[in-house]
Design a binder for this molecule. Structure first.
Ligand SMILES: CC(C)(COP(=O)(O)OP(=O)(O)OC[C@H]1O[C@@H](n2cnc3c(N)ncnc32)[C@H](O)[C@@H]1OP(=O)(O)O)[C@@H](O)C(=O)NCCC(=O)NCCS
Length: 166
């Protein structure tokens, strides 16, 4: 079978992205609360770039790069304009452990570097698979703080901030 292709997301990919996100939400509770407008959630205003992994007509992976807000910039200790936040990273359950997320993460980090930005990200402390992925890829934990939402277990979220390798 052919390998999934990673390419920039097109607007007409959005329905397939939402279908995959719904499966990830059911399997992993990501995102913790299902968004009222999932296509909008996948398209934050601060978007710098967004990519999908496609296998035929199915979207099997997704990642975005966004501008950061002041709180994240303060916790990293760099000006906002020097940072790019990796966000909305997910891989469909049957497509996992084949290196797709690592490739999507590297794609977004490369785009950040090409734009003169250091890649950063935030991850909920219970997302063990994602944390293993980031640490394996050489990302460094720089801070931990309370999040402003509840996990699927109803507990206040704790958020780790990571900075990508140079
Ligand atoms: C986290 C996630 C994106 C990983 O996707 P993936 O395509 O399976 O990851 P990869 O195959 O690229 O993994 C690369 C490496 O990361 C680590 N890793 C990834 N998932 C892991 C898991 N569940 N447990 C332990 N290590 C894991 C491993 O070192 C893996 O290498 P290996 O398979 O050779 O051991 C996927 O599980 C997912 O979509 N989870 C739900 C959404 C989510 O948590 N997103 C992140 C929000 S911050």
């Amino acid at each position: 079978m052919a390998e999934p292709v990673i390419r920039p997301r097109h607007d007409d990919d959005l329905p397939a992205c939402v279908r995959t996100l719904a499966a990830v939400h059911r399997a992993d509770g990501y995102p913790a609360a299902w968004p009222a407008e999932p296509e909008r959630w996948l398209t934050p205003r601060e978007l710098l770039g967004v990519w999908v992994a496609v296998d035929g007509s199915a979207v099997v992976g997704h990642v975005a790069l966004t501008r950061t807000g002041p709180a994240l910039a303060a916790s990293v200790g760099h000006p906002e304009e020097q940072l790019g936040a990796v966000a909305r990273l997910f891989v469909d359950v049957p497509a996992r452990r084949g290196g797709l997320a690592a490739t999507l993460l590297a794609r977004a980090a490369r785009a950040a570097a090409e734009d003169g930005r250091r890649p950063v990200l935030e991850v909920e402390s219970g997302a063990a698979g994602a944390i293993a992925l980031y640490e394996r890829a050489g990302w460094r934990l720089v801070g931990t703080a309370p999040g402003d939402w509840l996990t699927t277990a109803g507990q206040p979220a704790v958020v780790h901030t990571y900075v990508g390798p140079v």
